[in-house]
Design a binder for this molecule. Structure first.
Ligand code: C5P
Length: 232
């Protein structure tokens, strides 16, 4: 048995600015997508045998050529993504092989620097029997719920809150069932789709390095992180 990873990389990344879609922005000479694939490949205990990447329509062939050198003997499939993230994940999930796969990861290309131990913890938890697994980190801000006019409604107890990262890991049948159920309106991650089915989602320890490149300052953070890793 081995695992597969679905990488949604079809977003435009408007909050980041610039002309290039986010996953193809370069940091330290490589695209975020290349960093993400290299990071997944480094997680040897995850046994990744298949990478499926969803990219903007028309970019499939070029991205396939770009990523081929980084996947080793794993299979690489590149598909056109959709209008929203769940559409991109679904398009990729449709081509993940059914046989021989005991865990499917869904990993944002924008979380390009996730450490191998986080990836391996997620896969291990799925293999130990969890149906859905998310890596989490504590929240450092106080979080408030607000009403329609921006007024504060309440302040949840911070000790009960976590920020959720990727890769998220799933028993294949559960992820397929969640996507087949549709109703992705307002859904921001795949675990949320499983929660709506009543599936228990387990948490494992994430990492600050698994931050999502979203705003221009995140590119500076990414450069700093790469520089620090090169010194190790
Ligand atoms: O926009 P956001 O940062 O939440 O996107 C998270 C990930 O989902 C990114 O890797 C982005 O490329 C991907 N995405 C996608 N298809 C979309 C929108 C986002 O694959 N339509």
């Amino acid at each position: 048995m081995s695992s597969a990873v679905v990488i949604p990389a079809a977003g435009l990344g408007l909050r980041l600015g610039g002309e290039t879609p986010k996953a193809f922005r370069e940091v330290g000479g490589d695209s975020l997508l290349v960093h993400a694939v290299r990071g997944l490949k480094a997680a040897t205990a995850a046994d990744l045998s298949c990478f499926v990447v969803a990219v903007p329509a028309g970019a499939e062939e070029a991205v396939g050529k770009e990523l081929e050198p980084y996947v080793g003997d794993a299979r690489l499939l590149v598909v056109a993504g959709g209008a929203e993230r769940p559409d991109s994940v679904r398009a990729a999930l449709d081509v993940v092989p059914v046989d021989g796969i005991d865990c499917i990861l869904v990993h944002d290309a924008a979380r390009a620097f996730v450490p191998a131990d986080v990836i391996e913890r997620v896969v291990a938890a799925v293999r130990a029997g969890a149906q859905a697994v998310v890596p989490v980190v504590p929240v450092t801000d106080t979080i408030k719920r607000i009403g329609p006019n921006g007024e504060v409604v309440d302040t949840p107890d911070r000790s009960t809150l976590v920020a959720v990262q990727t890769p998220q890991g799933f028993a294949p049948e559960v992820l397929r069932r969640a996507h087949a159920a549709g109703a992705a309106i307002g859904v921001t991650d795949d675990a949320m789709m499983c929660e709506r089915l009543g599936v228990t989602v387990q948490t494992v320890e994430g990492s600050p390095d698994a931050f999502k490149v979203t705003r221009p300052q995140d590119l500076l953070l990414a450069e700093a992180l790469l520089a620090e890793r090169r010194l190790r």
